[in-house]
Design a protein around this ligand. Structure first.
Ligand code: CAO
Length: 501
C-alpha cells in the first residue's frame, strides 16, 4: 500500500515536472527547473503544486481576457524524419465538420518505414481534408484545414506548423509505430506529455486498446515506482519491455489472420495497385542488396544434444514466464562467433573505402509478422544471457504479432538470422540486409539417419544452415570458419558455457 502511495506520488511529481518543463521557454525558467530537481521532496512537491495552481490561473486568465476570433489554419504534414518525403494516408479519424481538440488523432499515415498517427495541435473544427484514403500525401503540403477559435498569440503559432521541417514540439504530435494504436485522446495526451511512445505500450483494454492505467503502469515501471514482479533483472536494451499489466509473457502470441482472410477476391480480373509502406521498404532494401556480391555457404548441423538440452530448460524458462525456442541458442552462438570474427558484424561505406566494425551485436531476426516480413533486432546480444535473449525475442514476437513493432526495434541491426524452418522450409538462399554484411537462414530440424562413432545408424536432429556474406569484404574461408565455430557451439551446447560472461 505504502509502495503504491509512494508510486503515485512519484508519477504525479513526474507529470508536474513535465508540465513545468513544457512551459519553460526561457533559460531562466530552465535554470529554475534544474533547481527544482535538486530540492528535497516536500519542498519540491510544494513548489510544483504552486506552479500547477499558477498555470491553471494563467490558463483561465488567458482564456477569459483575450478576444477570440476565428482563423483557418492550414495544418501541413511535417517532416517525419529518415528522409521520408511522402506517405500513404491509411485512415482518417475525422471528417469535415468534426470538432477536434489538441492531441486528437486526425489520421494514420504510412511511410515505407513505419506508420505514424498525426494528431491535432489545435482546438477547432475541421473544414477541409486534402486527401482521400490511400492517397499519397506529401511532406510539407497541407493535410487538413482547421478553423480555430483563438487569440492572436495562438495564430502566430500557426506559422510554426506552416514550416515543413519538423520542429521539436511537432514531434510530439506524431507517433511512430507499426499499426494503428487504439487509445482515447486523453490517453494519447498523457503518453505524449510523458514522452511515451504508444507503440511501446501493450494495451490491456478491449482489442488491445491502451488504457490510462497502461500508461501509468508503463511510466511507473520507468520511474521504478510500482514495479510488476519480474522473474529476473531488467534486460539492458534500448527500449523498455512493454509487458502490460494483464498480459504475462506466457500468454499466447496473437496469431496473424488465417491465409484465407488475406486472399483477395479478384472476381476474375487482374488488379494493379501501388506498393505501399513496408512493401516499399522491402523493394528499397532488396534493390540495395542487389549491388552486393553474395557469397553462399551451406552446412548441416546435428542439433541432437541441443534438442535434449532445450527440452530440459524449457520448463525452467517457463517458470520465468518465458517461451524458450531454439532461436536464443542460435542467436547467442552467433554473437559468440562474431566476437571471434568481427568482420561479419561490420558495414562497408557506400564508396567501398572504409569498413566499420560494430561494437554491438544487434542481431536481426527475420519475422513473419501480421504486417509481413519485418526484421526486428535483439540489441547487444554480447551482453545478454540466453534467457535474456529469449525474453527479448518473446517481446519482439508479441509486438510483431500485434503489428506494433516500432522503429527503435526495427533499426540498428548488425547481423541477421532468418529461421525459415519454423515455417517448414528446409533450405534458403538468404539475401543480405544492407548495411549488414552477413545473414544466416536456418532450415527445419529434421530427424534423419546418421552414423555414430561406432558406425551404427542412429536418429539425429539435423538442421541446414545457409549463410550469405558480402564477398567484397568477406572471403569464403572466413565464412566457413565462422560457420564451423557456430556449428560446433550448437552441436555441443555445453561448450558455450565456457565463453559466457
Ligand atoms: N525447426 C524445427 N522446429 C522449429 C524451428 C526449426 N527450424 N524453428 C522453430 N521451431 C519450433 C520452436 O522450437 C517452437 O516449438 P515449441 O512450441 O516446441 O517451443 C515452434 O517451432 C514455434 O517457434 P516460433 O516460430 O514461435 O519461435 P522461434 O523462436 O523458433 O522463431 C521467429 C521466431 C520470429 C524467427 C519465427 O516465428 C518466424 O517468424 N519465422 C519466419 C521467418 C521468415 O519469414 N523468414 C523468411 C525471411 S526471408 O523472406
Amino acid at each position: 500500500m505504502a509502495t503504491m502511495a509512494r508510486g503515485s506520488s512519484v508519477v504525479y511529481r513526474r507529470l508536474l515536472i513535465h508540465q513545468y518543463r513544457r512551459r519553460c521557454s526561457s533559460a531562466q525558467e530552465a535554470r529554475s527547473l534544474a533547481t527544482l530537481r535538486l530540492l528535497p521532496t516536500p519542498t519540491l512537491d510544494r513548489k510544483l503544486q504552486v506552479c500547477s495552481r499558477s498555470f491553471q490561473m494563467l490558463g483561465r486568465t488567458l482564456h477569459g481576457s483575450a478576444a477570440c476570433h476565428r482563423a483557418v489554419v492550414q495544418f501541413k504534414l511535417s517532416d517525419i524524419g529518415e528522409g521520408i518525403t511522402e506517405v500513404t494516408v491509411k485512415e482518417w479519424y475525422v471528417k469535415e465538420g468534426d470538432r477536434v481538440s489538441q492531441f486528437d488523432s486526425i489520421c494514420e499515415v504510412q511511410s515505407d518505414k513505419a506508420s505514424v498517427t498525426i494528431t491535432s495541435r489545435y482546438d477547432g473544427v475541421v473544414t477541409k481534408l486534402y486527401y482521400d484514403t490511400d492517397d499519397i500525401a506529401l511532406v510539407g503540403k497541407p493535410l487538413v484545414d482547421i478553423e480555430t477559435e483563438s487569440t492572436s498569440d495562438v495564430i502566430q503559432e500557426e506559422d510554426v506548423v506552416e514550416t515543413p521541417a519538423m520542429a521539436r514540439e511537432e514531434h510530439t504530435h506524431q507517433e511512430i509505430k507499426g499499426l494503428k494504436t487504439q487509445a482515447t485522446p486523453a490517453v494519447r495526451r498523457l503518453a505524449m506529455e510523458n514522452n511515451i511512445k504508444l507503440s511501446e505500450v501493450v494495451g490491456s483494454g478491449k482489442d488491445g486498446r491502451i488504457l490510462k492505467e497502461d500508461i501509468l503502469n508503463f511510466l511507473a515501471k520507468q520511474t521504478g515506482a510500482i514495479l510488476p514482479p519480474s522473474p529476473f533483472g531488467e534486460i539492458r536494451t534500448s527500449s523498455p519491455a512493454p509487458t502490460g499489466p494483464h498480459r504475462s509473457p506466457l500468454s499466447p502470441v496473437p496469431k496473424p489472420p488465417p491465409l484465407a482472410a488475406s486472399l483477395r477476391d479478384l472476381a476474375g480480373k487482374d488488379v494493379t495497385e501501388p506498393l505501399k509502406g513496408f512493401q516499399k521498404a522491402m523493394v528499397k532494401s532488396m534493390m540495395a542488396a542487389l549491388s552486393i556480391p553474395h557469397l553462399g555457404l551451406c552446412e548441416q548441423v546435428d542439433l541432437s544434444r541441443l534438442v535434449a538440452l532445450r527440452a530440459e530448460l524449457k520448463t525452467e524458462a517457463r517458470g520465468h514466464g518465458l517461451k524458450l525456442s531454439y532461436m536464443p541458442f542460435f542467436i547467442k552462438a552467433a554473437s559468440l562467433c562474431l566476437t571471434r570474427f568481427p568482420i561479419l558484424n561490420a558495414s562497408l561505406d557506400e564508396s567501398c573505402q572504409n569498413i566499420t566494425y560494430k561494437a554491438s551485436h544487434n542481431i536481426g531476426v527475420a519475422m513473419d509478422t501480421s504486417l509481413g516480413l519485418l526484421v526486428p533486432t535483439v540489441k547487444n546480444v554480447q551482453l545478454l544471457s540466453i534467457l535474456e535473449v529469449a525474453q527479448e525475442l518473446n517481446r519482439l514476437q508479441e509486438l510483431g504479432a500485434a503489428g506494433q513493432l516500432g522503429t527503435a526495434d526495427l533499426s540498428g541491426g548488425t547481423f541477421s538470422l532468418s529461421n525459415i524452418g519454423s515455417i517448414g522450409g528446409t533450405y534458403a538462399k538468404p539475401v543480405i540486409l544492407p548495411p549488414e554484411v552477413a545473414i544466416g537462414a536456418l532450415g527445419k530440424i529434421q530427424v534423419l539417419p546418421r552414423f555414430d562413432v561406432s558406425g551404427h545408424v542412429t536418429r539425429a536432429h539435423i538442421m541446414n544452415v545457409s549463410w550469405s556474406a558480402d564477398h567484397r569484404i568477406i572471403d569464403g574461408a572466413t565464412m566457413c570458419r565462422f560457420s564451423n565455430m557456430w556449428r560446433d557451439f550448437l552441436q555441443n551446447p555445453a561448450s558455450m558455457l565456457l565463453h559466457l560472461k
